[in-house]
Ligand binder design. Structure first.
Ligand code: OFO
Length: 173
C-alpha cells in the first residue's frame, strides 16, 4: 500500500492529466474553427490519450486500496493564435508534465516505494515519446511554414493520427 504522501501526489497527478485532456480538447476545437481539420483531429486524439493517462493513475491508486480524490480542473485558454504557437504551448506543457512525473518518481524513492517507482516508468517513457513527436511537428512547421500550402500539407499529415485504446486498459474496460 502506498503512503499517504504518495497517494496524495498520485491524486494530484490525476488533476494534471485531466488538465492536459482539457487543454488539448480546447486546442482541438480552436483548430477546427481555424479550418485546420487535421490538427483538430490530432489534438482530439491527444486529449483521448490524456484520458488514458488519467485511467492508468486511477487504476493504480485503486489497486493500492486508496480512494481517488478529484479536484477542480483549471480552465484552459481558448485562443492559441497560430498553429505554431499551439504546438509550442503543447511542447511547453509536456515538458512541465515530464517535470511532474520526475517529481513523482523522486517521491516514490524517498517513500521507499519501489512498486510506484516501477509503475511510473511507463509515464517516463511516454513523456519522452510525447516531447519527441511534438518537437518533430514544430520542426516541420518551421520548415514548411506556419501558413498557406505548407501548413495545409502538415494539417493533412496531422489528420492521419488515430487513437488506439491501449490493450491493458481496454481489457479492464
Ligand atoms: Fe501528455 O502526457 Fe499525460 O499529461
Amino acid at each position: 500500500m502506498v503512503t499517504d504522501k504518495m497517494a496524495q501526489a498520485l491524486n494530484e497527478q490525476i488533476n494534471a492529466e485531466l488538465y492536459s485532456a482539457y487543454l488539448y480538447l480546447a486546442m482541438a476545437s480552436w483548430a477546427g474553427t481555424q479550418g485546420m481539420r487535421g490538427a483538430s483531429s490530432w489534438f482530439f486524439v491527444q486529449a483521448r490519450e490524456e484520458m488514458t493517462h488519467v485511467w492508468r493513475f486511477y487504476d493504480y491508486i485503486s489497486s493500492q486500496g486508496r480512494q481517488v480524490i478529484l479536484d477542480a480542473v483549471e480552465k484552459p485558454p481558448a485562443d492559441f493564435e497560430t498553429m505554431m504557437k499551439a504546438f509550442e504551448e503543447t511542447l511547453a506543457h509536456e515538458q512541465k508534465v515530464t517535470g511532474l512525473i520526475n517529481d513523482l518518481v523522486a517521491t516514490a524513492r524517498t517513500e521507499n516505494d519501489n512498486a510506484t517507482a516501477i509503475f511510473l516508468q511507463w509515464y517516463v517513457t511516454e513523456q519522452v515519446e510525447e516531447e519527441e513527436s511534438v518537437g518533430e511537428i514544430i520542426d516541420q512547421l518551421k520548415l514548411a511554414g506556419d501558413e498557406g500550402g505548407g501548413l495545409l500539407m502538415i494539417d493533412r499529415e496531422l489528420g492521419t493520427r488515430v487513437f488506439s485504446m491501449p490493450a491493458d486498459l481496454a481489457a479492464g474496460a
